[in-house]
Design a protein around this ligand. Structure first.
Ligand SMILES: Nc1ncnc2c1ncn2[C@@H]1O[C@H](COP(=O)(O)OP(=O)(O)OP(=O)(O)O)[C@@H](O)[C@H]1O
Ligand SMILES: [Mg+2]
Length: 346
């Protein structure tokens, strides 16, 4: 028995008020297995005295089918604390194609927002290839985990004035690769819901590339204020950016798209900062934004120091008045502006 087989079995348990199974609804937490003893927490979206016992008993019976009738099964029932209650805006950074610079944009955007005076956090939701630990020089970081009223609470790590959590802090990469949908979604949901985020103006989320489970979990379970799509000016990347637009626009998802950022817009050599070489084509991103009727949020040049800074763990936006910090401050201002149009903070 593993966490995975347990989650697989519990997919049979339905929670009628929300018309889906308890795994899809991410109601299962803290699974522990020790021989034939299984314990877990069942989190209800809200207090539900009418159904609590029925759902809990169904879970117990389902697990007994899996583990044998003598198995000792303990299920605690709870309701989630709203960890995001004091977070004004959740901004997810997505792309259709991989490697276009989502993580670079997420990290530098978080730094730029913080430089504009906003309280900022970042979640690295890239289960299969987390890069935020490296980009923030936090490879060795281990966030503190506390137990409070029977619930696990994760304390984000603070770096450069930003609260940081990455799935990479918790899992060995060779294991993450074999995670299937529900495991990955469950882990992601913990980074949002079981962490002590406190008061934040912006929580930036670095997504994995594409349009898979992670993006769906996010859409279904977390109140994302808006999506920023990153693309390079190349046709292949733009074609995938279009797919990302339509994914987030689908009837059942519908997260507002804040706009498109064009990364690696032109190459600027360090010794010739005024020269721009449009090696991937000129303004493809800007044109796509116009055609798709979404705001164009800005251009980020291709600069060697960005790549080096990423590897050193010191985001280049921290380097004041550089080409890159100017580009990201501009981007951050545009995003703030777009965000303020979609939802007024209470
Ligand atoms: N504007 C830029 N100038 C120079 N290098 C860049 C720039 N943007 C990104 N890079 C480099 O390109 C590589 C890919 O960037 P990054 O990891 O941010 O992409 P990603 O979209 O997050 O990738 P993945 O899809 O794998 O998550 C990194 O080595 C990064 O340093
Ligand atoms: Mg990435």
């Amino acid at each position: 028995m593993t966490q995975e087989t347990i989650l697989e079995a519990l997919k049979k348990v339905f929670y009628f008020p929300k018309r889906d199974n308890v795994v899809a609804l991410n109601m299962i937490r803290n699974i522990k297995v020790d021989g034939d003893e299984i314990s877990l927490t069942l989190l209800f979206p809200e207090k539900d005295e009418k159904n609590e016992n029925i759902v809990r008993d169904t879970c117990i019976n389902t697990l007994k089918e899996l583990a044998g009738k003598d198995a000792k099964i303990t299920i605690d029932v709870g309701v989630p604390v709203d960890s995001l209650a004091k977070v004004k805006y959740v901004i997810a950074v997505a792309s259709g194609k991989g490697g276009v610079g989502k993580s670079t944009v997420s990290v530098n955007l978080a730094v730029a927002l913080s430089q504009l005076g906003a309280k900022t956090g970042i979640i690295d939701a890239d289960i299969y290839g987390p890069s935020v630990p490296m980009m923030f020089d936090l490879i060795e970081a281990k966030p503190e985990v506390r137990e409070k009223d029977g619930k696990t609470i994760i304390i984000p790590v603070e770096k450069y004035g930003i609260k940081v959590l990455s799935i990479g802090f918790f899992v060995d990469q060779s294991q993450a690769l074999i995670w299937r949908g529900p495991m990955a979604s469950n882990a992601l949901s913990q980074l949002f819901n079981d962490a002590e985020w406190g008061e934040l103006d912006y929580l930036v989320v670095d997504l994995p590339p594409g349009t898979g489970d992670i993006q769906l979990t996010l859409a279904q379970q977390i109140a994302v204020s808006g999506i920023v799509i990153v693309s390079t000016p190349q046709e292949v990347a733009l074609a995938d950016a279009r797919k990302a637009f339509s994914m987030f626009n689908q009837e059942n998802i519908r997260i507002p798209i804040l706009g498109l950022v064009e990364n690696m817009s032109y190459f600027t050599p360090a010794e010739l900062p005024d020269n721009k070489y449009y090696i991937f084509g000129k303004e493809g991103g800007k044109k796509l934004a116009e055609q798709s009727n979404v705001p164009f949020l800005g251009q980020i040049p291709l600069v060697q120091s960005v790549c080096e800074a990423g590897d050193r763990g010191v985001p280049s936006t921290l380097e004041e008045n550089s080409i890159i910090s100017r580009a990201f401050l501009e981007l951050a201002k545009n995003i703030k502006n777009e965000v303020s149009k979609i939802k007024q903070p209470e």
